[in-house]
Ligand binder design. Structure first.
Ligand SMILES: [Zn+2]
Length: 262
């Protein structure tokens, strides 16, 4: 169950996404963040081949999901706490299984130009449009966060009628080398708090302009968009105390022990 709010909660009964699948590979395995609500794992297993087909990539590279029990992350994100958020890279999966070391060290490709106002012609390609669109079209997806320069480019190239999915693609700080996909609260999680719905329309309006003002462009959010490291157990929903203090179950203990030395 997803408990609480995306940036303030935890995950009960989290499911591990296998590090390597036919059309995906998980990066940064040492972080042990390839866990999520069962719906997120199911979504990724279904989305990875769809994205591969839409982009002609071999597959997708998956960044952070959540820790085994969700909760605040020691570095890197404000959200990703309830097992419904996932970062997916703007980089095709190579045609081979990456080594552990490569998964730690390979850098995602930044598709935004240095001025922060445009996509970078050297790294951006039409496949990236198909990638984002395929994510936003999935019914369980609540929103897809991308850098404002990417949103602007989508507004430029996606000008046909069939663009209902554009309302789900929202600009946010960072997100220049990955998309952030957020799923809706699952039916089995009564204590999951939904985010206010995205405004209707394609989002290609004045609301986009303020992202390109000097004061916003100057803001450099660390790595992925803030940190939840300051949150304490008492800041989380009461149900999370039991989840985060429960003994590890034997099936997941082997994995969890890697990150939780005693
Ligand atoms: Zn993210």
């Amino acid at each position: 169950m997803a408990i609480g709010y995306y940036p303030r909660g935890c995950l009960q009964g989290g499911v591990e996404l296998p590090a390597t699948g036919p059309t995906w590979q998980v990066m940064r395995l040492s972080r042990n963040r390839n866990w999520g609500h069962a719906d997120l794992v199911k979504f990724l297993e279904r989305f990875a081949p769809l994205a591969a087909k839409a982009t002609s990539w071999k597959g997708i590279l998956i960044g952070d999901m959540a820790q085994p029990r969700g909760g605040p992350l020691p570095f890197g994100h404000k959200s990703h706490q309830i097992g419904l958020d996932v970062d997916i890279w703007f980089m095709p999966m190579p045609d081979r299984v990456l080594s552990k070391a490569e998964r730690e060290n390979v850098l995602a490709s930044n598709v935004v130009a240095a001025d922060g106002k445009h996509v970078d012609d050297k790294t951006w390609s039409p496949a990236d449009v198909a990638f984002i669109r395929t994510a936003a079209e999935q019914p369980e997806v609540e929103r897809v966060l991308v850098n404002a320069a990417i949103k602007k480019e989508l507004c430029r190239v996606e000008n046909g009628n069939d663009r209902w999915w554009m309302s789900k693609v929202r600009p946010w700080y960072g997100h220049d080398d990955h998309i952030h996909v957020r799923l809706k609260c699952p039916a089995d999680s009564p204590n999951c708090r939904a985010q206010p719905p995205v405004p209707g329309g394609d989002g290609c309006d004045k609301s986009l302009d303020h992202w390109f003002t000097d004061s916003i462009l100057r803001i450099k959010i660390p790595e992925f968009g803030g940190s939840s490291a300051g949150l304490k157990l008492k800041d989380l929903p009461a149900a999370c105390t039991a989840v985060l203090n429960a003994p590890a179950n034997p099936a997941s203990a082997a994995t969890e022990d890697r990150s939780q030395p005693r």
